[in-house]
Ligand binder design. Structure first.
Ligand code: ATP
Ligand code: MG
Ligand code: MG
Length: 360
């Protein structure tokens, strides 16, 4: 059998390792935190910093292919890995998707609609950009943001300097606030041979910047859903991305119809795709493992309607009650320490196909 290396040890790495094991692969995980959820299920653990080049080399030499469960990997680490083994997705996909500025530039180049935006290098830029975009805008750090962290609404801050401090006084973008009808996402997968598949569009609800629920199908006109998949494919082809990508979009109303604006790209398996574990023949995790291992892509067909809820900051006392519910698939991440806002697991309700309104 061959060995898949996973950089990063969070729940996404854990679920990737489980999917890899189902297909008979060994997994090796590299992550600095010895308590990481993925270490509990991996075949071998490398507890090391992403800057530790000797450890990265040992890791790469043990693996037939290396992939990532998060995008904030130092460029140097990718260089070290690429010199020794196959790495998917590529350094380019990671570099673009770890920087909101580069992401937006790519989307503009592909003529894929986004919220109006501007690059921000300092508080002075915020004033001039707000002149064009208005104060109903959100400042987002270009790098390292997740779960709505590293963002500041301009209309809630008295001055540009305050907003600049909130995002960490680092390169940012200012983005028009979109009056969206709903948020949706596409989980696409692309093979090294250019093959492509995507799951049905999911509809997502966030609270305070954190995903609380995803459902499939999304309430979306059929033509809009097709457009969402086509946008995903164009982005992944432009990046020559190999593996799964999660693409978040806003649905807005335009001329009585629906319009899609791309929000952000994740060059990896994605929280809004967890429903595929129980709603589809093959999950996003299996799809990713197959793509990076150069196997044929799986069927992405959905056999059920699904509603996935994140278990955020929930402690273990609540789990037996969930486990007792029929039709609910429980996935727990093995994190011992509960913290507010921390994703401890998710539960997916499975319903007969056609139960949920689809809008199409
Ligand atoms: P993730 O955890 O998904 O990576 P993130 O921290 O990278 O999140 P975004 O996805 O950019 O941040 O924003 C988080 C949420 O905030 C969005 O899902 C959306 O609900 C809201 N949001 C972000 N940008 C805008 C916008 N321009 N207009 C309206 N709402 C927005
Ligand atoms: Mg993000
Ligand atoms: Mg997001």
């Amino acid at each position: 059998g061959s060995t898949v290396g996973i950089l990063g040890g969070g729940q996404l790495g854990r679920m990737l390792a489980i999917a890899a094991a189902e297909l008979g692969f060994r997994t090796e995980v590299l992550c600095p935190d010895p308590g990481s959820p993925a270490f509990q299920v991996a075949s071998a653990a490398h507890v090391a910093a992403y800057e530790d080049e000797a450890a990265l080399r040992r890791f790469a030499e043990a693996c037939d292919v290396v992939t990532f469960e998060f995008e904030n990997v130092p460029a140097r680490a990718v260089e070290v890995l690429e010199a020794l083994t196959r790495v998917c997705p590529s350094a380019t996909s990671l570099a673009v998707c770890q920087d909101r500025g580069q992401e937006k530039e790519l989307l503009d180049r592909l003529r894929i609609p986004t919220a109006a935006w501007a690059l921000i290098e300092g508080p002075g830029d915020i004033q001039s950009a707000a002149g064009r975009l208005g104060r109903n805008a959100v400042l987002k750090s270009r790098r390292f943001g997740y779960d709505g962290k590293g963002q500041a609404r301009l209309d809630e801050h008295l001055d540009a300097a305050a907003a600049w401090r909130v995002v960490g006084a680092a390169p940012a973008i200012l983005e028009e606030r979109v009056p969206f009808l709903r948020e949706v996402s596409v989980i696409g997968v692309r093979g090294g041979d250019g093959s492509f598949a995507a799951y049905d569009v999911a509809e997502n609800r966030h609270e305070g910047g954190i995903l609380v629920e995803s459902r499939a199908p999304a309430r979306l006109a059929k033509a809009t859903a097709e457009e969402a998949l086509s946008i995903a494919r164009r982005i992944m082809e432009a990046l020559e991305h190999v593996g799964v990508m999660g693409i978040e979009m806003f649905v807005t109303e335009a001329d009585g119809g629906e319009r899609l604006l791309v929000n952000e790209l994740a060059p990896r398996v994605h929280n809004t795709g967890h429903w595929t574990q129980d709603g589809c023949i093959a999950s996003q995790f299996e799809a990713h493992i197959r793509a990076v291992a150069d196997w044929p892509l799986p069927s992405t067909a959905r056999h059920s309607d699904a509603v996935m809820a994140n278990l955020i900051g929930a402690d273990a006392d609540a789990w037996p009650a969930l486990a007792a519910e029929t039709g609910l698939a429980l996935h727990l991440y093995g994190k011992s320490e509960v913290r507010p806002g921390r994703k401890m697991g998710h539960a997916t309700r499975i319903l007969p196909l056609g139960t949920l309104e689809s809008g199409g």
